[in-house]
Design a protein around this ligand. Structure first.
Ligand SMILES: [Mn+2]
Length: 554
């Protein structure tokens, strides 16, 4: 009985703080939520207690998001703290008047083109950061002075109960998300009017990665309010750049699950397999074990020459090549849990054993990755980390014999971008390319390679970033460099020929900047020795799937 009662309460977001026998009831109000023949009451301490015979159980309401099994519990307190941090920042901004209310509009469900086929909903990122609400069609407001939160939920039609399930009352969402007040979206204008806000702060601003403008909240009757759509964006973006302890815990989780999923992929990899089979291994592990229904981005599963195609895996090149003996694999995949992302790349030989050339290129990239990790700490400028990675690559490519000459001169000729056209890494959070890379006053460095950086900021504690150096042999880029006398003079074309078709190597880890350095969140085999022994151990241990008999063969 104890177990069943406790489980029922835990499933609606309650935590047992103590169970005792024979205790007196200190409560005053009756708690209607107690099950069956248990007498329920609320205690003076805000706990709920239930008693039966000589037994009393105490519960505190600590709502959390949880998918059961070994998945992570994410407390609703994470979002309460986010809102508090936002209010604190806004209160410090002298342009924000007293009595202002933040108003955000959550994401809407969409259909596939003109059909009625729904696309699986994923919450809009700013809305998720602020409220942690998974449902579509909501609005949310925060009273900046009082810190109070309001959620507006859609009034669902009765047909919802037929096709979609039970229509929950507002009280359900209050308990689920620990939000102060819940109303229907149809009442938004009258509810806000009663609060007499001096100004509604709505969200409008450019995402510096996509160039797209976020959707500003709007409702019927908003024209009757004083609205400011410029103050909020830079403040909330800045809040999102710095991760709280509770957010870091979620990012540790997304990294742990995605790291394990990458290891499953490396164990399963065999010559003759399709790239998408390994993508599917990753997806299956993330969802089955980690409760990750979404990935943070489209899986990039390139083998052989495809490993130099930076955004391989799109609909025109859907991870459909067969793994060949001698191929390098470059698999860039990250699972997403409760809208928090991860972004990890593993590069390894398809057959589990590096050739001397593969080892040389791989170890060059590993060297730059580890050099950057050693240098990362608060106060370091991110473009300098990109330059550091470039320098290591050029030194190592000279040792391999692909390049010749003075490395300082190569840097002046921007040779680094010939082999790593992308940026060293980016912010990571609710979005895989998280916001805040270029706030006012931080400018893009307009040089090859560096201009691709998604941030040029100076590192500070609690920033979370990817470190993802890579060396690629991209024919188009190499041909351009060979046609350019200021670059071709550094290239030993005879040696370079050997690497045409090699593809590329990227090593991508997620890190959190800490007070004296950084915390590595990703945990996968990284050295050549670790990868080779990990893959060798896995050989022969994997059971292949049973053959599917197609109808044409019956
Ligand atoms: Mn990345």
């Amino acid at each position: 009985m104890w177990g069943a009662v406790a489980e029922r309460c835990i499933n609606v977001g309650w935590t047992v703080v103590k169970g005792a026998t024979g205790e007196e009831q200190p409560g005053r109000a009756t708690w209607e939520g107690a099950p069956g023949d248990w007498a329920g009451c609320e205690t003076d301490r805000g706990e709920k207690a239930m008693a039966r015979n000589q037994t009393t159980m105490f519960f505190v309401h600590r709502p959390s998001y949880w998918l059961g099994n070994e998945t992570l519990r994410v407390p609703a307190a994470l979002f309460a703290l986010n809102r508090k941090r936002l209010c604190d920042r806004l209160k410090q901004n002298k342009d924000v008047p007293k009595g202002s209310i933040v108003l955000l509009q959550g994401g809407e469900e969409t259909q596939r083109y003109c059909t009625d086929t729904g696309i699986l909903f994923r919450q809009e990122s700013f809305f998720h950061w602020t409220f942690g609400v998974t449902e579509s069609g909501c609005y949310g407001a925060v009273d900046v002075d009082k810190g109070k939160s309001i959620l507006f939920i859609p009034k669902l039609p009765e047909s919802y109960a037929v096709w979609m399930g039970k229509i929950h009352p507002p009280e359900h969402f209050k308990e689920k998300y620990a939000i102060d007040e819940i109303y229907f979206t149809c009442d938004i204008s009258s509810v806000l009017k009663a609060k007499t806000p001096s100004v509604l702060l709505t969200l409008r601003g450019v995402n510096t990665d996509s160039g797209s403008v976020c959707k500003e909240a709007s409702f019927e009757g908003i024209s009757e309010y004083s609205v400011n759509n410029t103050l909020l964006h830079p403040e909330i973006v800045e809040c999102r750049v710095f991760k709280t302890d509770m957010e870091l815990e979620v990012l540790r989780y997304t990294n742990r699950i995605s790291s394990e999923a990458h290891k499953e992929v490396m164990k399963a990899a065999r010559i003759g397999m399709k790239e998408y089979e390994l993508e599917s291994v990753f997806l299956h592990y993330c969802y089955a074990r980690g409760g990750m229904r979404h990935t943070s981005y489209t899986c990039i599963c390139g083998s052989g020459e495809n490993s130099s195609v930076l955004h391989y895996g799109h609909a025109g090149a859907p991870n459909d090549k067969t793994l060949m003996d001698g191929n390098m694999c470059l698999f860039d995949m990250g699972g997403e849990y409760y809208c928090y992302s991860s972004d990890i790349t593993c590069s390894f030989p398809a057959n589990g054993k590096f050739t001397p050339d593969q080892r040389a290129v791989y170890e060059a990239v590993l060297k730059s990755s580890r050099a950057v990790m050693k240098a990362v700490k608060p106060g370091v400028a991110w473009p300098d980390m990109h330059r550091l990675a470039d320098r290591v690559h050029l030194e190592e490519l000279t040792k391999i014999g692909i390049l010749k000459g003075n490395v300082d001169d190569m840097i002046k000729a921007h040779m680094g971008a010939v082999f790593m056209p992308h940026g060293l890494g980016h912010f990571l959070g609710i979005d895989v390319h998280d916001v805040g890379g270029y706030p006012e006053g931080v400018d893009r460095v307009d040089l090859p390679g560096l201009k691709s950086l998604r941030t040029a900021r100076t590192l500070q504690e609690r920033m979370v970033l990817t470190i993802e150096p890579g060396i690629y042999f991209i024919d188009h880029v190499l041909d351009e460099a060979l046609a350019n006398p200021s670059q071709s003079c550094f290239i030993n074309n005879a040696v370079l020929q050997r690497f045409r078709g090699f593809g590329g190597v990227r090593i991508e880890d997620d890190i959190a900047v800490a007070a004296n350095g950084m915390e590595l969140l990703t945990c996968v085999p990284r050295t050549v020795e670790e990868i080779e022994s990990f893959m060798a151990e896995a050989k022969g241990t994997n059971k292949a799937f049973d053959k599917v008999v197609l109808s044409q063969q019956l």
